[in-house]
Design a protein around this ligand. Structure first.
Ligand SMILES: [Zn+2]
Length: 78
């Protein structure tokens, strides 16, 4: 389950921070757009925006596997 926007985990081990973004239903395979955390990591440039993301529907693990980020656009897909 993705983290609630007010409970996003601390990205400071990576020197990163969060913003929030509206993710279209096409990305989450849901019925409605949703607000999700979008990770900003200093060494990572996401290739896509959430609304045109072609990343796979699984995430890369961070923070010892407690967080998964879309490898295409950096949203929380935990
Ligand atoms: Zn994505």
């Amino acid at each position: 389950m993705p983290y609630a926007l007010d409970r996003l985990p601390d990205l400071s081990p990576y020197g990163g921070h969060w913003t929030t973004t509206t993710v279209p239903a096409s990305h989450t395979l849901g019925d409605h757009p949703v607000e999700r955390g979008l990770a900003h990591l200093p060494d990572v440039e996401w290739q896509y925006q959430p609304d045109n993301c072609e990343g796979p529907p699984w995430g890369d693990e961070y923070l010892d596997g407690t967080l998964e980020l879309c490898p295409g656009c950096g949203i929380d897909v935990t």
